[in-house]
Design a protein around this ligand. Structure first.
Ligand SMILES: NC(=O)c1ccc[n+]([C@@H]2O[C@H](COP(=O)([O-])OP(=O)(O)OC[C@H]3O[C@@H](n4cnc5c(N)ncnc54)[C@H](O)[C@@H]3O)[C@@H](O)[C@H]2O)c1
Length: 330
């Protein structure tokens, strides 16, 4: 590898243009090329970020010596693009979801392992500094035994995303985090699912509610939809020691500690809640999650870090996703 990694972005739509912006702004990276089958878009961003434009992936791979690429084409094309990139032994930052289904995700995993290249999956919320802090607190046992998790991920219809349903597009962020926090949950003991079709998108459900229970009796409630005019992205985790609240967007965390149980409480205390303890803000330095994701990719290429989200992590999220989708059919 050259001193400064040579990078290309494949697909500069909604997401890829942000990858290109971040690579371009970094002095420790050379953004060599942009590849997009849409010529106009490709020229626009190659011009903006002063790099070469390719409308054809094979042509770019013939002409350029690359250390890494961001793959930001629609999800249904991920596997075909991964195959070509891995064959050239180029490291990969793969946008989420890694694949539409378990079979394709497994095939992608096998291609990557066989080629021996670095693969970081862009499950962007896992690079969010506040999410990393919450994961750390849960793993350190700061909440005690976990009782339940409530997750809200709601927002407006994303016009760019045409090839996936709301659980695959939005819910996958949370399913992957749940899996990572609580261990593989494809075999969780019960699921209750509700989906509603057709308010906006004629093909795919636009409201999904999922209720899950793990073998350890942890209850998880995930509400996701694309009907809300404003974005809401919240995670609540209740454990034996208290309730943790996370706002993914503002990167704010609050911990509501349980109070001490007391005998002979008065009537007013019964009304207002007898177990309220200290309320603590947990401060993290706010950072753009995509910047953190790209940092992790570059550090994984140079061997300074391990990928935060591996293709195996991504696959586990997709296993749970497919499990839930099977449940919808019942
Ligand atoms: N991390 C996140 O929060 C997040 C958000 C949005 C999208 N995504 C993911 O990013 C990926 C892209 O989504 P998007 O919303 O940017 O889609 P998009 O449709 O806006 O952009 C895709 C781009 O890929 C180009 N393209 C299509 N086929 C190509 C090919 N064969 N070779 C080169 N370019 C090709 C298109 O012309 C387009 O410019 C998807 O996997 C999606 O799930 C992730």
């Amino acid at each position: 590898m050259s001193n400064v990694p040579k990078i290309a972005v494949i697909g500069v739509g909604n997401m890829g243009k942000n990858h290109a912006r971040i690579y371009f702004e970094r002095p420790d990276v050379e953004l060599v090329a942009i590849c997009d089958s849409n010529k106009e878009r490709c020229d626009e961003f190659a011009g903006k970020y002063k790099c070469k434009a390719y409308y054809d992936l094979d042509e770019m791979l013939t002409n350029e010596q690359l250390d890494g690429v961001s793959i930001c084409v629609p999800t249904m094309l991920h596997k075909a693009v991964v195959e070509k990139i891995a064959q050239k032994k180029i490291n990969i930052l793969l946008e989420k979801p890694a694949a539409h289904n378990v079979k394709e995700a497994e095939e992608i995993r096998d291609i990557i392992k066989k080629a021996g290249v670095v693969c970081v999956v862009g499950q962007i919320e896992r690079y969010n500094p506040a999410v990393r802090k919450v994961i750390d607190l849960v793993f350190k046992g700061e909440l005690g035994k976990i009782f339940y998790m409530n997750i809200l991920r709601q927002g407006p219809y994303p016009p760019g995303v045409v090839d996936v349903d709301v659980l695959t597009d939005l819910g996958i962020h949370d399913l992957e985090i749940i899996n990572y926090l609580l261990g593989k949950m494809g075999d969780c003991v019960s699921h209750a699912c509700l989906q509603t079709h057709n308010f906006i998108n004629k093909k795919d459900p636009d409201i999904i509610r999922v209720l899950m229970k793990t073998k350890e009796n942890i209850v998880i409630n995930l509400s996701t939809d694309i009907l809300s005019p404003t974005k809401i992205r919240k995670l609540y985790i209740c454990g034996k020691k208290g309730l943790l609240s996370l706002d993914y967007i503002t990167q704010e965390i609050t911990f509501y500690e349980n109070g001490k149980h007391r005998e002979n409480i008065d009537y007013q205390e019964i009304l207002t809640g007898v177990t309220v303890g200290e309320e603590r803000k947990i401060i993290v330095e706010k950072k753009e999650p995509l910047l953190m994701e790209i940092n992790n990719f570059l550090n994984s290429i140079s061997g300074k870090e391990k990928p935060y989200v591996t293709i195996d992590d991504a696959l586990n999220g997709i296993i749970l996703l497919e499990h839930l989708k099977e449940n919808f059919k019942k």
